[in-house]
Design a protein around this ligand. Structure first.
Ligand SMILES: C[S@@+](CC[C@H](N)C(=O)[O-])C[C@H]1O[C@@H](n2cnc3c(N)ncnc32)[C@H](O)[C@@H]1O
Length: 300
């Protein structure tokens, strides 16, 4: 049976909403600026591979999540379609919320309604408007669907991209095949993956909501600490070598970029005892948090 991104628990949902409410405007603006800088860097990589600016193009984003950050970012200058497994309600019409409750369970429902009612989504959208210098966001064409079932359209997009989705996909090779089918010749696939073997590859919400100190280093990879991890989503546990092998087969000639965020701090966590426990992993896969793969579809 195919497995995919899981519904979240109520405890995780409440934790995320509280964390978002606690961050003040300056912290939110700072965080948004950091994320926007990363997306500008990604945009530049894609533009270089395409050999042209990302303007007036057809872009497909997979798994944008509820904040729609990437579709809005690329929607500044392009026509964006976004496909997500989850229902992403916009506004307050009740239908999509009930559909979400049925499909994703109470945890996701509580998080979404909490974010809307408490204004988290609105604040976030405004922070991005300020950062991008736009009065209104360009909203994408939103499709609820599964990329594993096929692309929305074939041979129709100049760019097909996703951030932090592939580690939640049970059949990455099938997703790549569908992304390739969606692309026009000369188009570009761009995939950002939060690496399972990184210190935060476990997706325990505490690591992202101010509770990192409650988690031991690389807890999910160590026999002695595995039991302390509470992942907030299903993860396929692929390692760097698995991604490379799959892409060598399905996207030969791909480019790879690795992101280490704070190498000295990460190395301090790797004490000799912990390093010994992690002997089955190399330093590259332990220290890299995000890995990005880019592939250009041949023209003929
Ligand atoms: C961790 S979130 C990432 C959200 C956003 N891209 C970001 O980086 O913040 C993963 C998203 O991928 C979506 N997703 C997972 N598997 C998918 C699939 N097979 N097809 C479409 N979307 C999927 C999930 O519903 C979720 O919204």
């Amino acid at each position: 049976m195919r497995q995919h991104y899981a519904s979240t628990t109520i405890a995780n949902s409440i934790r995320q909403v509280i964390h978002a409410l606690r961050s003040d405007d300056d912290a939110l603006a700072e965080n948004t600026a950091v994320l926007a800088e990363r997306r500008r860097r990604d945009e530049a990589r894609i533009a270089r591979a395409l050999g042209r600016e990302l303007k007036g193009l057809d872009v497909l984003i997979i798994g944008p999540g509820p904040y729609l950050v990437e579709p809005r970012f690329f929607g500044r200058h392009n026509d964006v379609t976004a496909i997500d497994l989850d229902v992403i309600p916009r506004g307050f019409a009740p239908g999509p919320y009930f559909q979400m409750l049925r499909q994703n369970g109470l945890g996701r429902f509580v998080k979404t309604v909490g974010r809307k009612v408490l204004g988290v989504d609105r604040r976030n959208a405004r922070a991005w408007q300020r950062e991008l210098g736009v009065e209104r966001h360009a909203e994408p064409r939103l499709i609820q669907g599964d990329i594993l079932k096929g692309p929305p359209r074939e041979n129709a997009y100049d760019v097909v991209a996703c951030w932090s989705v592939f580690q939640h996909i049970a059949e990455p090779a099938l997703a790549i095949r569908h992304m390739k089918a969606a692309l026009r010749p000369g188009g570009v696939i761009y995939i950002a993956i939060h690496l399972y073997t990184s210190n935060t590859g476990h997706h325990d919400m505490r690591a992202f909501t101010g509770g990192a100190d409650k988690l031991p280093p690389w807890p999910h990879l160590r026999e002695s600490t595995k039991g302390e991890v509470n992942s907030s989503a299903w993860i396929n546990k692929w390692r760097l070598r698995d991604w490379r092998a799959m892409l060598n087969e399905h996207a030969p000639g791909f480019e790879e970029y690795r992101q280490i965020y704070d190498e000295p701090a990460e190395r301090r966590l790797l004490t000799p005892e912990i390093r010994a426990e992690l002997a089955g992993f190399d330093e590259e896969e332990l220290l890299t948090t995000d890995v990005y793969f880019l592939w250009k579809k041949p023209v003929s």
